[in-house]
Design a binder for this molecule. Structure first.
Ligand code: SF4
Length: 257
């Protein structure tokens, strides 16, 4: 991605972008300038984002349809009593990147799609800054598929119930890298009570396939704590560099070189 477009996405995230004023010193774009820039003209999509999704064959699509049907009618845990609908995930049926959050919120529960609303917009901007787009090359899901009432933390029995669905999603997607956003997602995926700050900046491994997993902040947290957006950007750059190392090491046929 060229510098102009990356700066636009960083502005959308809220990470300070330093520019040289004509005849003056380096200055950060001010917050109002950033907001004007974003609202006046939507950031252009990257070439990757503009690519049409690849056609999906029936043998790839069918297992997803089956999984979707199961999740939408699932009663394995008590959350089915209070949800509007199950929220499966969004993205292409097979892709290299998987983003996992905690659970649907009120807006996701209503619309049936993960990460919509303000937090979803911020996540989209964060992903676009590293050339990812939910329509073409990243799959986005939550660990829980049904909304916990009042956005409370998941209970242990709900976490146990979700795991088979997530494992099937991973088996279908075959991602090369997983990005866990937020403490709850990271702690549940990694079966740990370590703080998010201690989990960041490392490559973890998830499940039987030992899928590399990197941890960063939840966009809803970043909306409340914009000072940490800079750290989130460091996490995204780290994830991108790990992914590049993985794809350099693994040939296009999937074998280690
Ligand atoms: S959270 Fe998961 S296990 Fe519980 S009802 Fe929803 S889909 Fe089923």
């Amino acid at each position: 991605m060229d510098t102009f477009h990356r700066n636009r996405y960083l502005e959308a995230i809220g990470v300070d972008v330093w520019v040289r004023r004509p005849g003056g010193p380096l200055e950060a774009l001010s917050v109002p300038e950033r907001l004007e820039t974003v609202s006046a003209q939507p950031a252009p999509l990257t070439p990757a984002a503009l690519e049409a999704p690849e056609p999906v064959s029936a043998d790839v699509e069918e297992p997803w349809q089956g999984l979707r049907t199961e999740i939408l009618s699932c009663t394995r845990c008590s959350l089915h009593k209070t949800r509007t609908q199950g929220v499966v995930g969004v993205g292409p049926p097979r892709t290299d990147w998987m983003v996992i959050g905690e659970a649907p919120g009120a807006e996701e529960d209503r619309r049936g799609e993960p990460f919509v609303g303000r937090a979803g917009h911020l996540l989209d901007a964060m992903l676009r800054a590293i050339d990812l787009d939910r329509k073409t090359n990243v799959y986005i899901a939550n660990v829980l598929k049904s909304r916990p009432p009042n956005n409370r933390d998941p209970k242990p029995e709900e976490v146990t119930a979700y795991l088979p669905y997530l494992m099937r999603q991973i088996a279908l997607l075959q991602p090369r890298l997983m990005l866990a956003v937020g403490r709850i997602a990271a702690q549940n995926l990694l079966s740990t009570d370590m703080s998010l700050s201690r989990l960041r900046g490392k490559v973890h491994y998830f499940g039987e396939l030992n899928t590399p997993l990197i941890v960063t902040y939840h966009p809803a947290y970043l909306l409340r704590t914009p000072a940490d957006k800079r750290k989130a950007w460091e996490d995204l750059k780290f994830a991108r560099s790990v992914f590049r190392q993985l794809t350099d090491r693994v040939g296009i046929d999937g074998h280690l070189s």
